[in-house]
Design a protein around this ligand. Structure first.
Ligand SMILES: Nc1ncnc2c1ncn2[C@@H]1O[C@H](COP(=O)(O)OP(=O)(O)O)[C@@H](O)[C@H]1O
Ligand SMILES: [Mg+2]
Length: 329
């Protein structure tokens, strides 16, 4: 479809919890959208508000305020539900069923005929690597096998949009890679994949765009590279300096200099005039490399996941949406 597949605007969700019905702001003013045919990572630490947002996307909980559309329809929409697949965070299946029986059940809920259910279940079980154990009761499955069964059931209706809540959690590196490959294959087949995670290497490996959420607030939305672009720390210039020459007077005061034999690495600060420095350096030395120094996604993530009072200091990536509300709350 043209246009965004998911739009979330100013989503807020408050829970009341405990005997005193203390207010918990699980999601605060979250705004983002997901385009058709992309893998979108919803990235944040535990307790950030990922599952709450996903439950709101699916119409399983009612937002305190804000608007959501999925596949062009305002949530909740039965028509949209029929066109999407969902893997919950900790899927619970009737464990006396086999994976094949689970898929058959899900297929009949979607109104598929018997022959089609059988065909699709067989294909999907092979695809997720459960072909050999498809007829064993799921109580005998490992966590990884249950996760695969969950993925397969999410695909039973051949959905246009797949929403996966922490699909890699509990999987070993091989299992994670298989799930990643499956998600990429879905995108290549033209589907939209929205998944939540706190596992950063997976994000960098497959996401087209991401939103980072912590303490209920969506901090930034965009391509991973663009989010990291905003976090330039400086530039490292490595120079080869012939004997008898010196860089004295050339290196800005704020730069750090390290020397290894004839090579000198000058770490220029973020605001340095790199071009001017390089021009001047070229007359004296040979430029070996110029490398921008950036924060890693991990750095960004850890900073955003920090406790709220640390976070309320000015953030290097600009103003954090919803911050004023949090301070007064
Ligand atoms: N049903 C609920 N009642 C009260 N608080 C909840 C409920 N569900 C989630 N929360 C709280 O909302 C916050 C966000 O939770 P959640 O959306 O599950 O985060 P995530 O999926 O990112 O780990 C947490 O502080 C959590 O304790
Ligand atoms: Mg969760």
């Amino acid at each position: 479809m043209s246009g965004p597949v998911i739009t979330v605007e100013k989503l807020c969700k408050e829970y009341r919890s405990g005997v005193r019905l203390k207010k918990i702001r699980a999601v605060v003013n979250a705004t983002f959208s997901v385009g058709g045919g992309e893998i979108f990572g919803f990235v944040g630490p535990n307790g950030a508000g990922k599952t709450t947002t996903i439950r709101a996307l699916l119409g399983l909980i009612r937002p305190t305020s804000g608007t959501i559309t999925v596949l062009g329809d305002p949530v909740p929409s039965q028509a949209a539900r029929m066109r999407l697949g969902f893997l919950p965070e900790s899927p619970y299946f009737y464990d006396y069923l086999s994976a094949r029986e689970l898929l058959d059940l899900v297929g009949s809920l979607f109104g598929l005929g018997r022959a089609e259910r059988r065909k699709r279940a067989g294909e999907l079980l092979e695809k997720v690597g459960l072909g050999q154990s498809a007829d064993r009761p799921m109580r005998k499955y490992s966590k990884g096998m249950l996760q695969r069964a969950g993925l397969a059931q999410a695909l039973m209706n051949d959905p246009e949009l797949v929403i996966l809540d922490e699909p890699m959690s509990g999987l070993d590196p091989v299992g994670r890679k298989e799930v990643r490959d499956l998600m990429v294959a879905l995108r290549d087949a033209g589907k939209t994949v929205f998944f939540s995670t706190h596992i950063l290497p997976d994000v960098e490996a497959i996401c087209d765009r991401i939103a980072i959420i912590s303490h209920g607030t969506v901090h930034d939305v965009g391509p991973v590279s663009q989010i990291l672009q905003a976090t330039l720390l400086g530039t490292d210039v490595v120079l080869w300096v012939p004997e008898g020459r010196s860089l004295d007077g050339l290196v800005p005061k704020a730069a750090r200099v390290r020397q290894a034999d004839k090579e000198i690495c000058v770490s220029l600060p973020r605001d340095a005039d790199v071009e001017a420095f390089l021009k001047a350096a070229c007359d004296l030395a040979k430029v070996v490399s110029v490398t921008p120094r950036r924060e890693s996604l991990e750095d960004v993530f850890v900073k955003m996941a920090a406790v709220p009072h640390v976070r309320s200091q000015p953030h290097p990536m600009g103003k954090i949406p919803g911050e004023e509300r949090r301070k007064t709350g």
